[in-house]
Design a protein around this ligand. Structure first.
Ligand code: FES
Ligand code: FES
Length: 146
């Protein structure tokens, strides 16, 4: 099946296998910032933005992104500057092993696009689908709020 979509700002037209997930597809294209975690929609490690909304790539079949816009964390920074959420994660020590970090940052980015002034409850709610085994959430929540 042939699909077209925009990936990190660049148009893509490609053949895909009907049973392939977006997670499998992106990683096969070398986009390893989209992490392979539970593969069941429970950990958020595979979070991507689909038309600006945070979604679990492991639960989406790739043909469903036809004519949509997909963003991974790779699209947030430019060559010279980190995205502000990335910078705060680093400066506040909100990254340990880093496996959950791309998904958390994308979940936070989706929140800020909808609500530029979220309170702590909104930040915690936005990150609730992103499990972290290392940091205990205090520092990620602080980083996103900052
Ligand atoms: S790998 Fe997709 S939610 Fe865990
Ligand atoms: S930093 Fe290790 S899982 Fe979150």
């Amino acid at each position: 099946m042939r699909i077209r979509f925009v990936l990190n700002g660049k148009p893509v037209e490609t053949d895909v296998s009907p049973g392939q997930t977006v997670l499998e597809f992106l990683r096969a294209r070398g986009i390893h910032s989209v992490k392979y975690g539970c593969d069941k929609g429970e950990c958020g490690a595979c979070t991507v933005l689909v038309d600006g909304k945070a979604q679990n790539a492991c639960l989406m079949l790739v043909h469903t992104i036809n004519n949509k816009t997909i963003e991974t964390v790779d699209s947030l920074a430019d060559r010279h500057h980190l995205h502000p959420i990335q910078r705060e994660f680093l400066e506040r020590g909100a990254v340990q092993c880093g496996y959950c970090t791309p998904g958390m940052i994308l979940a936070a980015e989706a929140l800020y696009r909808e609500d530029p002034h979220p309170d702590e409850a909104a930040v915690r709610d936005a990150l609730a689908g992103n499990l972290c085994r290392c940091t205990g959430y205090v520092k990620p929540v602080e980083a996103v709020r900052k």
